[in-house]
Design a protein around this ligand. Sequence first.
Ligand code: SF4
Length: 462
Amino acid sequence: MDNQNSFLAKSTIKAADLEHRRKINFNISRYDSAVLKGKSQFADIESARKRAKNLKWRAIENLDALLENFESVLTARGAHVLWASDANSALEQIGKICTERNCKTVVKSKSMVTEEIHLNHFLEQQGIESIETDLGEFIQQLDKEPPYHIVTPAMHKSKEDIAKLFYEKLGTPPNLPPEALTLEARKILREKYIQAEIGITGANFLLADTGSIAITENEGNARLSTAFPKTHIVIAGIEKIIPSINDLALFWPLLATFGTGQIVTSYNTIISGPRLKNETDGPEELFVILLDNGRTNLLANEKARESMYCIRCGACLNACPVYKNIGGHAYETTYSGPIGAVITPHLKGMKQWNHLSYASSLCGNCTEVCPVKINLHELLLENRKESIAEGNAGFGEKMAWKLWKKASLNRKYYNKGNASIKNWVANKMIKGWSLHRAEFQFPRETFNEQWRKKNNPENKEN
Ligand code: SF4
């Protein structure tokens, strides 16, 4: 089955799954009310969003210079900055670092980039145990499922689902409450932090002026993953750069508000190099891998470039009526929802992934909620345009639009044929429309005919 048909099949199943919808609606409604509280910390949220967009615009327009500055400042403090053009190159470099340190166990904090390059699978093949330390990711790893959402990976699971999972996989008593489940996970993870030779994290922001990595989290697991192991590897997409450490004053509260509805996330860490002489904690070695993996395609595209401003808050997923019905897994991509639909065709190929650009009602809610004001719904339209220009439309589709255009430009064609003929043509040509909707029903008389009739003096009542 190709990507499009698989997406349609999975979406159809999920859209009819009322229990799935109940769980998602419950979690998203809690998110919605929290976001209102988070927003209250801004005196002028609109100006904050505009300023954030402007800063990201500046960062992406000067990406080369900022990344080079980041590299030189960080390297001067003893860290190693490596560049990876694609997933294989990143994995190869991580593999080499692990082999050289005879690594058997890795502790990993939540990172979508590591999902993108399928790091856990790679490490497993190398005989290295890789443990997810974020609770949501730990749950997903236990269930052998990818994250469901870019911020809340186990959003589709209820507390009962998780209790059952722990009971089946870890042998805990059935029906444990959330607090007890968290303690179980903590017990396992504490051991792993001590055992692991290497800690791997992502980065929420790369700070160009100070050559630092900013990590934001709620559980303290990223701090433990970076503090215990002797080696720390950071892997980050090149778009994570922001010009200055001072910009965190805006981006941290913005990410906390739109990501989880918090005023500020519980743990915010800035890492500026490996442990220095006389310092008591921190890793002895720090490697930062800067990943392209298709991002320069976005950079080269004048319109789609704007999607590189994304701070991965997940707000557009929570706001999207399509995501809320079909869930995160139906997309079969690392980044789901509106932002995933915008960037995936550029990261992984327009031909195979252009169908995601159509997985939108174009209601504009995603654009409305984005903290960095990315014009998401317009970028989805741009993707559709590009896909057609690349020749990805089928013969039937092209013919249908040609006919529609011809009829629209000439009233004579519109008025041709009666309603039943029009119904037949439209319902046959627009394939799939009536699978989940009522069939087209053209009125017996066109608007034009009704108008003429209405304005005909002979038909006017005295
Ligand atoms: S596109 Fe905007 S709303 Fe969506 S995840 Fe990125 S920053 Fe958040």
